[in-house]
Design a protein. Structure first.
Length: 346
């Protein structure tokens, strides 16, 4: 009788142990991640998230089926709850709790691509930078408008825009505003090689002044980059003899009305340092963020004797260049006649 009792107890213990082991196996290795009800295959861990925030959002947003089993595995595996890596994580259908916890423990986040171009203002820049990052556009604006902050990088509140080189960059999604600007400063340093600095010095221009001039060149020739060195050479000629730049895009920037298609005499009365019909030299800041091709067009400008240019009347996007005002007027009248023909009056 005693033997039967011992055997029964042994079988019960084995059964219970097997059940516990199976249950633990289920919690650790069985699928618990589903993307069927989730709105995105990526899960975002914010920089201020704690473990409870991760669990809450995983469950409430439909990424995990069983909350308790995920919490159980997280408790058993060290190095996760106390070391949370923020960023964007790629989840896969059918991942187990073990795989999910290991993913978070590894900190293997998926970078996001941030592209910015066609930027004119600080608001444009902040919006494009923050669109795919955790940081808010207002945080970026606060920093680039902070006199002391921009001075650390060698800029003022106007020239700070020349720090940013339009391109596509990879970031950790959980990048804050300070980190984003620091990253742009690193890209800026990479661009400004010793060779490029020497070319800027030969032009008697600072790096920011090169960028300001490049922004004008890019605005004047936004279609055909092959003509930009020639346009750059024209403006360098004007700078060297102290001639007004008389750039329509700078005037439009000063007016703040980017819908203007035809600059008229009335527009030239605006009292703005960006009015290069009134003020000699370069404006105080860039009128857009020039890309690398435009910056290099200034540094490798075409040497010639042209002082005037006017858009070609065929609307090809190219320009007619002239060495004297008399010839320039001939080209200008042709273009004006075509504007009138096409009923472009403002």
């Amino acid at each position: 009788m005693l033997k039967k009792i011992i055997i029964s107890i042994f079988l019960i213990v084995v059964f219970v142990g097997a059940y516990i082991a199976y249950d633990m196996y289920q919690q650790v290795y069985q699928p618990n991640v589903t993307l069927k009800n989730a709105t995105d295959k990526y899960f975002y861990v914010h920089s201020d998230y704690g473990f409870d925030d991760i669990v809450h959002n995983l469950y409430e947003k439909g990424y995990i089926i069983n909350r308790e089993s995920f919490e159980f595995v997280s408790e058993k595996k060290s190095g996760f709850k106390s070391n949370i890596y923020s960023g964007r994580y790629l989840l896969e259908e059918g991942m187990s709790n073990n795989e999910l916890v290991d993913l978070f423990r590894s900190g293997e986040t998926v970078p996001v691509k941030v592209t910015f171009n066609n930027v004119r203002t600080k608001n444009d820049l902040a919006g494009k930078l923050s669109r795919n990052l955790e940081c808010d556009s207002l945080e970026i604006l606060d920093l680039i408008n902070d006199k002391e902050f921009v001075a650390k990088y060698g800029f003022n509140q106007t020239t700070i825009l020349t720090l940013f080189l339009p391109n596509t960059y990879q970031f950790n999604w959980a990048t804050n505003a300070d980190e984003a600007i620091k990253r742009m400063a690193e890209e800026y340093k990479k661009f400004w090689t010793a060779e490029r600095k020497a070319k800027a010095k030969k032009l008697n221009l600072s790096q920011s002044e090169v960028a300001i001039l490049a922004s004008i060149v890019q605005a004047e020739q936004s279609i055909h980059s092959d003509e930009r060195p020639k346009v750059a050479g024209l403006y360098i000629n004007r700078l060297r003899i102290g001639m007004l730049l008389q750039s329509d895009p700078t005037l439009v920037y000063g007016l703040g009305d980017f819908t203007i298609r035809r600059v008229l005499n009335k527009h030239k009365d605006v009292n703005s340092r960006y009015n290069t019909y009134k003020y000699k030299g370069l404006p105080p800041g860039p009128i857009n963020l020039p890309n690398i091709k435009s910056l290099d067009a200034v540094l490798n400008y075409e040497s010639h004797s042209y002082l005037y240019m006017c858009a070609k009347e065929d609307f090809s996007g190219y320009h007619n260049f002239a060495k004297n005002y008399k010839q320039h007027l001939i080209y200008a009248r042709k273009y004006q006649r075509e504007l009138n023909k096409r009923r472009i009056y403002n």
